[in-house]
Design a protein around this ligand. Structure first.
Ligand SMILES: Nc1nc2c(c(=O)[nH]1)N[C@H]1C(S)=C(S)[C@@H](COP(=O)(O)OP(=O)(O)OC[C@H]3O[C@@H](n4cnc5c(=O)[nH]c(N)nc54)[C@H](O)[C@@H]3O)O[C@H]1N2
Ligand SMILES: Nc1nc2c(c(=O)[nH]1)N[C@H]1C(S)=C(S)[C@@H](COP(=O)(O)OP(=O)(O)OC[C@H]3O[C@@H](n4cnc5c(=O)[nH]c(N)nc54)[C@H](O)[C@@H]3O)O[C@H]1N2
Ligand SMILES: [Mo]
Length: 567
């Protein structure tokens, strides 16, 4: 798809601290923005469009609610500050002339905004996405082919592509007998502050008093922010059970480990609404050691609890796969009149093609007739000024798209010579999975993760290519191998996520290069309660003395656990 864009001669403006988010052959204009300031850029673009009177008034009237609030903010009527190109330059570091020029192109031609998910994984991240929606609404091309705004393109194959007519094969989750829940990014708060109140999407709830944690299919000692704070919180529950195929940093911190099989050690079925196929996932090898499939583990637990029949519904592994396939095939037959092959043929062939909706223009029905096709929002329209949020009046959550300073960024007064740390998805693995496998190891150097930095930042700190460096701030410290590159904005470091936390027993230094010992564990906002991983300032320096090898320390830890277990 990128190649087609390139061949069609479409102008691409790539706004990112990292040039290599796009391949060079795209010949994009690279705008190396200061991290966490994208809302200001989009509001500056919108302000320019408004001042020139180039906004689509008709679209705003028919398809949005509360636009008055937003326009008053852009013009400066609300706070006396006009949101224009100069205002945006001061915050983002992008020259005002470029911003003004782009604002003209955006309305002069068919234009399309797309934002990666990383942008909302930051303090006030909701307002970045909302600002893009506000800008797109002023341009007025939402619901037209090749126009408007979209999120998450590129990172997951399928977003924005054709979607399947079927249902994803999946087991029913059954009724949940308790009504308490937490936003996942609040796990440390939950464990540290039982009974404390928290707000979520405008309602107040309280943290339950958790005494047992059962974690299956996730690795918080990779994914969560401020791992030293998590470590403190982790001491509170009486029992921690981890169910995982890998001896992850989380598994090493469990009271009970239930070794699960990988997908290669069991039969399974795969399919999502974004994929063109249902896939028969054949077992390749017998389970290693004492590993059992998740289904077997949960079935055995259900048996002990006296609810086996309710859980298994009388089906074994293959019984479920057959049943789920049949459910999807029946659904597709009713919805589209297409007949999928019988299960046995599917299983033998290994996959089937699912009928797809190929030509879909997002929000086109809403554009054509907003009354007949209302959105699931407070007004049924695109909300640019929210009545609900105005009533809630949450601190730090304006009721229209707005720029607010993040807790940590390059523009902050106390930045000193700290750098902004971006922790992006690792190219060689999925998050922390198979961290010790060849594709993951290939991306490492000297047995640890590589931190990318600009040569000028490196020079100023006497750091050379391949040097071992220490990254630290008030929350924690880790080491990584420096890789110097001009494809980064100056002042920015990039360290991928996913390394299995390995602490030096003496110094507490993380030897693996896990950025989450440094990141900030505050919510994006009191409304959304998402993670603020990309809002993080750090120091960096060369490590003079030899540091211990992370794989060696890791192995020692596992050996000690095994001794404990057998002793
Ligand atoms: N290989 C691989 N692919 C994956 C994953 C993986 O682990 N490995 N994980 C999958 C998952 S679960 C997800 S959620 C997606 C995530 O997909 P994305 O959110 O797209 O991925 P990230 O790598 O977090 O961020 C993408 C880029 O955003 C840029 N960025 C960071 N901060 C800012 C900022 O403040 N402003 C601007 N303009 N740009 C910024 C960085 O240059 C970064 O490279 O990826 C999916 N794909
Ligand atoms: N600093 C920072 N932190 C981030 C991000 C960031 O951009 N920056 N990105 C965030 C994002 S978008 C995401 S999605 C999260 C990802 O965070 P997680 O989802 O916690 O990461 P994974 O490494 O995918 O964890 C999956 C675990 O499941 C195990 N597993 C695999 N297959 C099976 C199975 O069949 N059964 C069982 N029981 N276990 C299995 C794997 O071994 C692994 O330990 O990280 C988040 N954390
Ligand atoms: Mo994700």
């Amino acid at each position: 798809m990128l190649r087609k864009l390139r061949e069609a001669g479409v102008r691409i403006v790539h706004v990112s601290p990292c040039k290599d988010d796009l391949p060079d052959w795209m010949e994009a204009d690279w705008w190396p923005i200061r991290p966490n300031t994208d809302a200001a850029l989009m509001l500056g673009l919108a302000g320019e469009i408004l001042r020139d009177g180039r906004h689509d008034q008709d679209f705003l009237e028919r398809h949005t609610s509360g636009a008055g609030q937003f326009l008053d903010y852009l013009s400066g009527k609300t706070d006396g500050v006009e949101k224009n190109a100069e205002w945006a330059e001061a915050i983002t570091g992008i020259p005002a002339a470029h911003i003004r020029d782009l604002s003209r192109s955006l309305t002069a031609t068919r234009s399309f905004l797309t934002l990666s998910w990383a942008l909302q994984r930051a303090h006030h991240g909701e307002h970045v996405y909302w600002s893009a929606l506000g800008l797109a609404a002023l341009i007025g091309q939402i619901g037209l082919k090749g126009g408007g705004v979209a999120y998450g393109f590129g990172s997951l194959n399928g977003v924005g592509g054709p979607f399947g007519e079927g249902v994803s094969p999946g087991m029913s989750q059954g009724p949940k007998p308790i009504d308490s829940f937490i936003p996942v990014a609040r796990i440390s708060d939950l464990l540290l502050s039982p009974g404390a109140p928290f707000t979520y999407q405008g309602e107040t709830h309280s943290y339950p008093d958790i005494r047992l944690v059962y974690w299956a299919g996730g690795n918080p000692y990779h994914h969560h922010q401020d791992l030293n704070r998590l470590q403190e919180a982790w001491q509170r529950p009486e029992t921690i059970i981890v169910q995982d195929p890998m001896m992850t940093a989380t598994a090493r911190r469990a009271d009970i480990i239930l070794p699960a099989t990988t997908s290669l050690e069991r039969n399974d079925i795969a399919g999502t609404r974004r994929s063109e196929h249902y896939v028969a996932m054949h077992k390749v090898i017998e389970p290693m050691g004492e590993a059992r499939s998740d289904y077997e583990i949960f079935s055995a637990l259900a048996r002990h609890l006296g609810v086996e029949a309710g859980f298994t519904e009388g089906r074994d592994e293959m019984g479920w796969i057959r049943h789920l396939y049949q459910q999807s095939a029946d659904y597709i037959r009713t919805a589209t009149d297409t007949r999928l092959p019988d299960f046995d043929d599917f299983w033998e062939q290994g996959w089937v093609q699912v009928p797809m909706t190929r030509d879909n223009t997002y929000l086109s029905a809403f554009r054509d007739d907003p009354a007949a096709n209302p959105l699931q929002t407070e007004s049924g329209k695109i909300v640019l000024g929210s009545k609900k949020l105005a009533q809630l009046d949450l601190p730090g959550f304006p009721s229209h798209p707005a720029w607010q300073e993040p807790a940590e960024w390059l523009g902050m007064a106390q930045a000193d010579d700290m750098l902004h740390l971006i922790s992006s998805q690792p190219p060689g693995r999925l998050h922390s999975q198979l961290e010790t496998g060849p594709s993951s190891l290939e991306q490492k150097r000297k047995g640890r993760e590589q931190v990318r930095m600009h040569p000028a930042d490196a020079r100023a700190r006497q750091i050379g290519e391949g040097d071992t460096v220490r990254l630290w701030n008030a929350r924690g410290q880790c080491i990584a191998t420096a890789h110097l590159t001009e494809t980064l904005r100056q002042g920015v470091l990039v360290l991928p996520v996913g390394a299995w936390l390995t602490r030096d027993p003496e110094s507490g230094l993380d030897l693996s290069g896990n950025p989450n010992v440094l990141t900030l564990d505050i919510p994006t906002s009191a409304f959304g309660q998402g993670p603020s991983a990309q809002t993080c300032m750090v120091n960096v320096e060369v490590v003079a003395a030899n540091t211990r090898d992370s794989t060696e320390v890791y192995q020692q830890e596992i050996d000690a656990l095994v001794r404990q277990g057998s002793g």
